[in-house]
Design a protein around this ligand. Structure first.
Ligand SMILES: [Cu+2]
Length: 157
C-alpha cells in the first residue's frame, strides 16, 4: 500500500475516534421544563451539564423545534427584586458539573408553537463554542414532580 494512502487511512481513523469521543465529553442529565399556565408565552428549562473534557467548554446557544426561540438567562436579585438577564455564554470548567436550576441560570423557551403539557418531551439543542452540539430531551414537570414533592408523585395518571 502506498505510504500516502496509509497516512490518509490513519488520519481518517483518528478523526473518527476523535468525533465519537467528543460526543460524550459534555453530558446532560436531569433536564426538565417547568409547566406554565396555558396563556404563558415563555417557559423555563433546567438541567445539569457535566464537562468531561480536558478543557473548558462554552455553552453559547440553544434552540428547540417546539419554540420560536431559546435564550440563556441568569436570574439575580437586585434591590430585593428578581431580575432576568440574557447571557452570551456559560462557562463549563473542565471536569465540573454546572447546575442550571431555578434561581440561577435557565433556558428561556419563548413562543411555544403548541400547548405544552405535563409529561411532554421538549427537544433542546445546545451549541458550544467549539462547534459541538448536544441534543437533550427534557421532561415537562409541574410542582408535583419537583424535588421534595415526591409524596404526591404516585397520584398522577
Ligand atoms: Cu428568563
Amino acid at each position: 500500500m502506498p505510504v500516502r494512502q496509509q497516512i490518509a487511512i490513519i488520519a481518517t481513523t483518528l478523526l473518527l475516534s476523535f468525533n465519537s469521543y467528543a460526543a460524550t465529553e459534555v453530558v446532560v442529565e436531569n433536564a426538565w421544563v417547568r409547566t406554565a399556565p396555558p396563556s404563558a408565552r415563555v417557559l423555563a428549562a433546567y438541567m445539569d451539564i457535566t464537562n468531561h473534557s480536558g478543557q473548558p467548554r462554552y455553552l453559547i446557544s440553544a434552540s428547540s423545534p417546539q419554540f420560536k426561540s431559546v435564550e440563556l438567562h441568569q436570574t439575580s436579585m437586585n434591590d430585593g427584586m428578581m431580575h432576568m438577564t440574557p447571557v452570551d455564554a456559560v462557562t463549563l470548567e473542565k471536569g465540573k458539573t454546572i447546575h442550571i436550576e431555578p434561581g440561577g441560570y435557565h433556558f428561556m423557551l419563548m413562543g411555544p408553537k403548541q400547548r405544552i403539557h405535563r409529561g411532554d418531551k421538549i427537544t433542546l439543542k445546545l451549541g458550544f463554542k467549539n462547534g459541538e452540539a448536544v441534543t437533550v430531551e427534557a421532561d415537562v414537570k409541574d410542582s408535583r414532580d419537583e424535588p421534595g414533592q415526591t409524596a404526591s408523585h404516585q397520584h398522577h395518571h
